[in-house]
Write a protein that binds this ligand. Structure first.
Ligand code: BGC
Length: 721
């Protein structure tokens, strides 16, 4: 090839790649030009038509101007099946999708890179299903373990939540699908969720409840946000001027659109003026919605200005130019092997090994000829159930199926149901109560199976009817007579492994005391059983860490200790302030059942001394903290190295310690690696209520590094000047 030809090819390639780059997305300047152009051609009626639902998951476009309807869908367990105008299934055969592990499972991976893959896969599925907005991720703080949505949300820690939220949002939006972060904000209980008004200190709001939302907006650049059902300081979140206009759109410069939760709008004028952009819900006829005819009337009466309406329409169009109207949106992908691999990786990194004191795990598969597989949760699926969003899973491998796939050819697996969860979220209270009675006949069958087997694995825990949106649990007790089942099976065969399936803390006190082998699994997605089998048999070394504290008893938890849950007369005063989760347990020196960040491995990690790169820092600096970490066991494994910070002398109240950095690392058996953790000095700031600003207090801080919040292995002191 001569030089001129080469040059020509090169030049053409440059032109092509520049053109394809250009075709991928419009610039912000181009987008604002397009928005202005559309707005100028729209009638007031057409604009108002875009501001409220016109279907269960849609709001209208303007066909004559080429503006499509806006399509959203739940989230967060995967792309929900399509529904008819009355919420009934649309009966399609094309809308089954991948079932993604629940929110607290994702949080238990402590792996933002995985959260990003999770987001990309979910975004691809949403794109393939022609959805512009994924109603996910959801990440309110776990304030009480009873919250019915604990399984949907991430954790009790704002830093962990923020890391995962940013990664997930970026993943979803990489597919030209908007992430809708929800439910903004301080949405921490389902009891009285449409009536409760939360009263909390500004410090708690800023330091605990808002950081993940702030990060998802400022770093994740989330395009859509859903306002929560509850009130904050007396105002519904869908009409909360301070939370929507002052903080979200003002301080954080949120450019996207705010949609109400379904049926979470209560007023026309206040909602319109105080920051809501689209009213969603299924109250029909839709023209009677607050943001339909009444809004048109309010504009005509001069109560809401047309420029306020224009701002809302502009925000919607802005989201469209990043999604459905973006220059070159990808086609999307549904139910691919890559998506299965992603949910398998999340599921297997989420599983938490709680106890292994007899080294029963990983299972020695040549030692056992027969294993009794016991419990309803061994054969349950979790993609649907309860109130709220599920997914019509293309497939879901149950625990029993997973074990059969992996060891069924060499070990005789005898299933016994043990208990039957006859429980629906909408059953009357008496019937729900009755479901907790142990079933003597099923327990006897389980005992027989356990006695005649070399070992037993008992699957207990919750399910999607028992942990659900719209209801909080009443207690932490194990339901459905599960404790009696575990006791009977363990007595029949001491080689018993307990696998608890759930998305929120339960009372495992007796099991922790009496049983030697406990594994925690989740509503763990399409690959549930395969991931679990690989963890039990040692193909995967468990690396999940608890994203919330398990209290010994409910009253040890702050909201319950201070009797501020669920509130009185529709008021919940968050008297614990910033002391939420481990911040409370550690500061008050209350021993938890399992601490935040806890989880065992089949190997051991030895932490060498922690070093900070300097002794003295100033605001804006970055601390580079390093340590050597050695895998001293026989199994390659992953460890979540957690960095907490404590300030012992301070002019304001401080939690005993706070998570400020973490890193999940893989270490081969017998090898030592160097772990580097970056910490921003600005992240040490507290929110000064009087001055309304973040303040980095000068003085000494201790950096604590450990394997959980209660297993600190090293420390270093730094000074901030
Ligand atoms: C839930 C939201 C969900 C919406 C639409 C509401 O009940 O709170 O999380 O996105 O329904 O299904």
């Amino acid at each position: 090839m001569n030089l001129t030809v080469k040059k020509l090819i090169l030049a053409t390639a440059v032109v092509f790649s520049a053109a394809s780059l250009f075709a991928q997305s419009f610039t912000e300047a181009q987008i604002s030009g397009k928005i202005k152009e559309k707005l100028a051609q729209m009638t007031l009626e057409e604009k108002i038509g875009m501001l409220h639902a016109n279907g269960i998951f849609t709001s209208a476009g303007v066909a004559r101007l080429g503006i499509p309807d806006l399509n959203s869908d739940d989230g967060p367990l995967g792309v929900r099946e399509d529904v008819k105008p009355n919420w009934a299934s649309a009966g399609l055969t094309t809308d089954s999708a991948t079932f993604f592990p629940n929110g607290s499972a994702l949080a238990a991976t402590w792996n933002p890179a995985l959260a990003n893959r999770f987001g990309i896969a979910m975004g691809e599925e949403a794109r393939a299903r022609k959805k512009d907005i994924m109603l996910a991720p959801a990440f309110n703080i776990t304030r009480t373990p009873l919250n019915g949505r604990t399984y949907e949300y991430y954790s009790e820690d704002p830093f962990l939540n923020a890391q995962l939220a940013v990664a997930t949002v970026k993943g979803i939006q990489s597919q030209n699908v908007a992430a809708c972060i929800k439910h903004y904000a301080v949405n921490n209980q389902e009891v009285d969720r449409n009536g409760v008004s939360v009263d909390l200190s500004e410090r708690a709001l800023r330091e605990i409840y808002l950081p993940a939302f702030k990060a998802a907006v400022e770093e994740g650049n989330a395009w859509v946000l859903m306002s929560a059902y509850n009130k904050v300081r007396g105002e519904y979140m869908s009409e909360n001027n301070y939370m929507l206009n002052t903080i979200l759109k003002g301080e954080w410069k949120f450019k996207g659109l705010v949609m109400s939760d379904w049926g979470g709008t209560h007023n026309t004028i206040n909602a319109a003026n105080y920051g809501l952009d689209i009213e969603m819900g299924s109250r029909q006829p839709y023209n009677t919605n607050y943001f339909a005819d009444p809004l048109l009337a309010a504009v005509k009466a001069g109560k809401v200005t047309e420029s306020t309406i224009d701002d809302k329409v502009s925000r919607i169009l802005w989201v469209m130019y990043h999604t459905s109207l973006s220059a070159n949106p990808p086609a999307g992908k549904l139910n691919t092997p890559e998506h299965s691999k992603t949910v398998y990786d999340v599921a297997s990194e989420a599983i938490v090994l709680l106890k292994n004191s007899a080294n029963m795990l990983p299972l020695n598969t040549s030692k056992y000829k027969s294993i009794a597989i016991i419990g309803d949760n061994a054969t349950q699926t979790f993609h649907l159930g309860g109130f709220g969003a599920g997914v019509k899973a293309k497939y879901e491998v149950t625990a029993l199926q997973g074990l059969k796939n992996h060891i069924g050819n060499k070990i005789d697996l005898k299933f016994a149901q043990g208990y039957k969860a006859d429980y629906k979220n909408n059953y009357p209270a008496a019937r729900k109560e009755a479901a907790n009675k142990p079933n003597a006949g099923l327990i006897q069958q389980a005992v027989d199976a356990a006695k005649s087997s070399d070992a037993a694995i008992v699957f207990i825990g919750g399910n999607r009817e028992y942990e659900t949106e719209s209801a909080d649990r009443k207690t932490l007790e194990l339901p459905f007579g599960e404790q009696e089942l575990v006791d009977a099976v363990t007595a029949a065969n001491p080689n018993t492994i307990v696998v608890v399936v759930g998305g929120a803390p339960y009372d495992l006190g007796k099991i922790k005391q009496n049983n030697n082998t406990i594994v925690w699994s989740w509503y763990n997605g399409s690959e549930n059983g395969n991931a679990l089998a690989d963890v039990l048999t040692g193909k995967i070394n468990p690396s999940g860490k608890m994203p919330f504290t398990f209290p010994v008893k409910l009253d040890d938890s702050p909201a319950h200790a201070l009797k501020t849950y669920p509130g009185e007369n529709h008021k919940a005063e968050y008297k614990e302030g910033i002391l939420v989760g481990y911040r409370w347990f550690d500061t008050k020196k209350i021993e938890p059942m399992y601490p935040f960040g806890y989880g065992l491995s089949y190997t051991n990690f030895k932490y060498a001394a922690l070093h900070a790169n300097k002794a003295i820092y100033k605001p804006g600096d970055k601390v580079i903290a390093t340590l050597k970490l050695k895998n001293t066991g026989k199994f390659t494994g992953k460890e979540v190295v957690q960095l907490y910070v404590t300030k012992q002398v301070s002019k304001v109240e401080r939690a005993d310690k706070e998570l400020k950095a973490f890193k999940k690392v893989a270490v081969p058996a017998g090898k030592e690696i160097t772990v580097t953790l970056n910490l921003n000095i600005n992240d040490l700031a507290y929110y000064d209520e009087a001055d309304k600003k973040w303040v980095v207090e000068p003085g000494k801080y201790k950096l604590l590094v450990g394997s959980s919040s209660r297993d600190i292995r090293g420390e270093a002191e730094i000074t901030v000047k």
